[in-house]
Design a protein around this ligand. Structure first.
Ligand code: ADP
Length: 471
């Protein structure tokens, strides 16, 4: 019995430390908006980098013709070709080819990597164009989605700040990314112009806008998390005299690095962070995204296992970082069998913990619930933070003098959203929406989260069209 008492205490501590009542979420909303301001005010003014993208207009639907995209952001890269019909949401055809990046190229030289990419692209173009009309005498145009931190100085130029996600090509850090690609295209003999360099969130925003003109922001919640939105150019104080055609520019927040003392942090978060390769970095991401949620749960189970015998002898598996992946956490959380069979199976097969009672399995589900609920609610607060910054949260930036909210004509606001955590994890999505409703109240009915698919690729091609030198 004493053992259970300890277990209950660990669980209660976890629940308390992860609590996200709406008051606390509002503090996170405010902190997000404040940090956004700070990141726009000066270089290094906030943990939010608020990177300029130089994208000052988004697809309208009138784009027409054939465009390419190259999407490099992880262990796979994709090449894409789309044909646009000149009306909103009229993508006439779309072809994609996905290629894993050979392991050795991820740590080789930039020349090796880009030669490989260029030759794949060339083969793709030749395959797609064979049998069709000889291409008209105009250069092919490509949007290059490159989802690593880049400091851009124009639409088509930017230097790699650092590698993430297992890449380590030393010679490339600090180099102009587009120049490297273009040099490889020339070497391969492929006639193609790189129209612009984009971050994957910007691709998502472009695709969202192509389908719906009220789209103003984009969020990705997958392995990692990030967001971008459309900002007024004159609010980007750190860049005086910014010339834009529209008066707006898309800002890549790099929100995974957001931090605030209002975030509900546990000892498990602190340990996860200090044992990570990037301590003190990506604090928001480490509480929210798919890469980490499973590992937070693993750490809680390990702690309980060390303090009690309810999981039997301490399994050595519990000490292996990242062994419990987030899709497994989701499967346990969403196990609706009365005996919690899925929980038993995953505990046994992944963590080598067998024969635990139903009561213990229920405890595991509860842990998954607490960790996921916090993540989803914080993500919701982040989204409302963006809405607040752009005056779409209903708090009356226009100053209606405390009149009834319903008197204020609210604009319809669409946020494009992607990523496996949001699209494949039902409970995560449900908690996120619940929190949005709690924070926004009546205003929530004007805010639409719209799932887009493949924004990083298709959005890149749409932006190439939007910035085509022929249009
Ligand atoms: P990425 O972010 O790696 O580019 P995705 O947006 O598809 O790709 O997200 C994949 C991530 O989403 C996985 O790493 C995983 O953490 C999470 N994920 C995928 N499927 C599920 C699921 N069924 N339940 C919970 N999380 C999932």
């Amino acid at each position: 019995r004493r053992k259970w008492k300890r277990v209950v205490r660990v669980l209660e501590e976890l629940e308390e430390a992860c609590e996200t009542p709406v008051g606390r979420l509002r503090q996170v909303v405010d902190a997000m908006a404040v940090e956004m301001h700070a990141g726009l005010a000066s270089e290094g003014g906030s943990k939010l980098k608020m990177l300029l993208t130089f994208v000052d207009h988004l697809p309208t639907g009138s784009e027409i013709g054939t465009y390419y995209a190259l999407d490099l952001g992880g262990t796979n890269f994709r090449v894409l070709r789309i044909q646009l019909g000149g009306r909103r949401s009229s993508i006439l055809s779309q072809d994609v080819e996905r290629q894993p990046i050979p392991q050795h190229l991820m740590t080789s030289t930039s020349e090796d990597l880009f030669d490989f990419i260029a030759s794949t692209l060339k083969q793709f173009v030749e395959k797609e164009e064979s049998g069709s009309e000889p291409s008209p005498v105009r250069t092919r145009e490509l949007g290059f989605t490159f989802s690593f931190p880049v400091k851009q100085s124009s639409l088509r130029s930017g230097i790699l700040i650092k590698w993430t996600k297992g890449f380590a090509i030393e010679d490339m850090v600090g180099k102009e990314v587009v120049e490297l690609l273009e040099a490889a295209l020339v070497r391969s003999g492929l006639d193609m112009r790189v129209a612009l360099l984009v971050n994957d969130t910007v691709g998502t925003l472009a695709l969202g806008r192509y389908h719906d003109a009220d789209t103003v922001a984009a969020v990705i919640i997958g392995t990692g998390t990030n967001a971008c939105y459309l900002e007024r150019a004159d609010a980007i104080i750190k860049c005086q005299g910014l010339l834009t055609t529209s008066g707006y520019m898309v800002v890549n927040m790099e929100w995974g690095n957001f931090w605030s003392s209002h975030l509900p942090r546990t000892s498990y978060d602190i340990d996860l962070d200090s044992e990570s390769p990037n301590p003190n970095d990506q604090g928001f991401e480490k509480m929210i995204s798919g890469m980490y949620l499973g590992d937070i749960v693993r750490r809680v189970i390990l702690r309980i296992s060390l303090e009690s015998d309810i999981f039997g002898p301490v399994s050595s598996r519990l000490s292996i970082p990242f062994i419990l992946q987030t899709p497994l956490l989701a499967a346990m959380h969403e196990d609706d069998s009365p005996e919690l069979k899925e929980v038993a199976k995953i505990l046994k097969e992944t963590l080598e913990i067998s024969e635990v009672s139903l009561k213990v399995r229920k405890l595991v589900v509860r842990i998954c619930d607490v960790v996921t609920c916090r993540a989803a609610r914080l993500a919701a607060a982040g989204i409302v933070g963006i809405l607040k910054k752009i005056g779409r949260d209903g708090s009356g930036a226009g100053g209606t003098g405390g009149r009834n909210r319903s008197d204020v004509k609210m604009k319809r606001t669409v946020v494009a959203i992607e990523g496996g955590l949001y699209t494949s994890y039902t409970m995560f999505r449900k908690y996120l929406h619940e929190a949005l409703n709690e924070i926004l109240g009546d205003v929530a009915q004007h805010v639409i989260l719209q799932v887009t698919e493949d924004g990083s690729g298709i959005g890149g091609a749409l932006l190439a069209a939007s910035y085509s030198s022929y249009s």
